[in-house]
Ligand binder design. Structure first.
Ligand SMILES: [Zn+2]
Ligand SMILES: [Zn+2]
Length: 204
């Protein structure tokens, strides 16, 4: 299931966010299946107190109603037992397994990006994308700590920002002139939001 960032080069938006989204979806699809089939996996999820708000709602969409019922019933059982044992302390401390997995993958991709950046061919390919979101740009810059590649990242970030700004301007003026002839600027506002805060549900 190991993927490489190079797969993301042809898509719009932050490369790392794109890969994280794919990995997270696969992980969740597999996990929701396992929680139904495998008692041990389900108990692990229960002992983590389930999932965080964002991932629980995502998981709920991937799972069947009965799958959701089985898991939430076990979570409620665990909570009832805690109350009976009078050990309601950190009851709501959720150690979300999807968040944990996503954090590992994020670290992997930031490091992979740093490694690929040493290749001139990757630099060229990267320039032709929408670049990274602010969060992942910072992650890469932290690894670089100055030098030529640090400068390359800032220069290309500036170029990506200017191009995106131009697309937003085109989008705004087309909408105002009631034109429906949208091209690459069609989703520019969505790409811009991701540029600011990263993909939906990114924990930072
Ligand atoms: Zn990102
Ligand atoms: Zn989570």
């Amino acid at each position: 299931m190991e993927r490489s960032l190079q797969v993301a080069l042809e898509y719009r938006g932050c490369l790392i966010c794109h890969m994280l989204d794919k990995d997270e979806t696969d992980f969740m699809a597999n996990l929701q299946y396992q929680t139904i089939k495998d008692e041990k996996v389900r108990q692990d999820v229960v002992s983590s107190n389930g999932y965080c708000n964002f991932h629980f709602h995502q998981m709920a969409r991937l799972a069947s109603p009965v799958g959701n019922a089985v898991l939430t019933k076990d979570l409620i059982d665990a909570e009832i037992k805690e109350i009976e044992r009078d050990s309601v302390g950190p009851i709501l401390k959720i150690d979300c397994p999807v968040c944990k997995y996503a954090a590992e993958r994020e670290e992997f991709y930031v490091k992979e990006f740093r490694a690929l950046l040493s290749e001139k061919s990757f630099q060229k390919e990267y320039e032709a994308t929408d670049g990274l979101c602010r969060i992942h740009l910072k992650g890469v810059l932290d690894l670089l700590q100055g030098g030529e590649l640090h400068q390359f990242m800032l220069t290309s970030h500036m170029m990506h920002l200017r191009l995106l700004k131009a697309q937003l301007e085109t989008f705004i003026s087309k909408v105002r002139s009631t034109s429906r002839d949208f091209k690459e600027e069609k989703n520019s506002w969505l790409i811009a939001i991701e540029k600011m805060v990263g993909k939906r549900g990114l924990k930072k």
